[in-house]
Design a protein around this ligand. Structure first.
Ligand SMILES: [Mn+2]
Length: 298
């Protein structure tokens, strides 16, 4: 499957992008002073893969993500698409300080010698215009191949090229996106209530999507298609995101890894120095303290 290169357009036009650009420029320019001590720590992981941060939306769990990034310094950091949500920023401007902090953290990692590779997704397809370029030390690539310490070749893509709905009828994806946004809103209120009752975080939208999409066999079809394409291209495995379902398993002899998302499940894929891959489900510090440092079921 050859990804089409059409319909690449900078989606942010008008007042919002001016604000975005000035904030973003600020993020790019400031920073060399007052570097926190955590950056001088040695990398604890060989590689970290994250995707579907959806910065620029209220659903993005930026504070938790920042904690995760601080706790997982690495030699390679792959940003596997849907990092900034251009679709939603175009509709409504939303860019709190925590989202700036995440961008700062990524730029700082690149400055400190971490190789940061950004593979844009469908929500940040505006970044596909910058493929082959780099900004602040972050390389933008249409796709990448990561070689693990134990010699495996992993194809790194966002995954939206495999999504028939998005590829064939973009308007349908937009409608789905609005519904999704509503579910996330409901989810936040629900979890606010759960928090007051002392209950751990529970993802309504993850639950619904699990039920609905599983029923439609969407997830399985996606996983099988991505793994098959990776095999066809001669890779040992694939790392993708897009469907917001963290997973790591062999599919017909090819390793399929999905690093999940930072809207609902707060998940990442990490590679240890011996080449071992692991899915990390990040529990926010405050919540971990409340729940007695126990992992929360998805
Ligand atoms: Mn996506």
């Amino acid at each position: 499957m050859t990804p089409p290169r059409s319909a690449l357009r900078f989606p942010l036009e008008g007042a919002a992008p001016a604000a975005w650009r000035s904030q973003f420029r600020g993020a790019l320019e400031s920073g060399s002073a007052n570097e926190p001590a955590d950056d001088t720590a040695r990398a604890r992981y060989r590689a970290v893969f994250i995707s579907d941060l959806h910065l620029g939306t209220p659903g993005c769990q930026a504070a938790a993500l920042l904690d995760f990034l601080k706790a997982h310094p690495s030699q390679y950091l792959y940003l596997v698409g849907d990092i900034v949500d251009g679709w939603q920023l175009r509709r409504r401007w939303y860019w709190p300080q925590a989202h700036n902090d995440v961008v700062q953290k990524l730029l700082r990692a690149a400055r400190k010698g971490c190789r940061v590779i950004y593979v844009p997704g469908n929500h940040d397809e505006f970044a596909r215009e910058f493929i082959g370029h780099q900004f602040g030390g972050i390389e933008v690539a249409e796709e990448a191949v990561h070689r693990t310490a134990d010699g495996r070749a992993l194809w790194v893509i966002h995954g939206d090229y495999f999504d028939g709905v998005i590829q064939c009828a973009k308007w349908l994806a937009y409608v789905g996106d609005n519904l999704y946004e509503f579910t996330l809103k409901l989810n936040r209120h629900l979890n606010h209530l759960r928090g007051r009752l002392g209950l751990p975080y529970w993802s309504l939208s993850a639950y619904l999507k699990h039920k609905v999409k599983k029923a439609l066999n969407y997830v399985t079809d996606f996983e099988v298609a991505v793994a098959a394409e990776a095999h066809k291209r001669g890779h040992d495995g694939v790392v993708c995101g897009h469907i917001h379902r963290a997973e790591m398993r062999e599919i017909n002899g090819t390793l399929y890894c999905n690093d999940g998302d930072w809207v609902e499940s707060r998940t990442a894929l990490v590679e240890h120095f011996d080449g071992r891959l692991e899915l990390v489900h990040w529990v926010p510090v405050r919540q971990a303290q409340r729940a007695g440092a126990q992992a929360v079921a998805p």
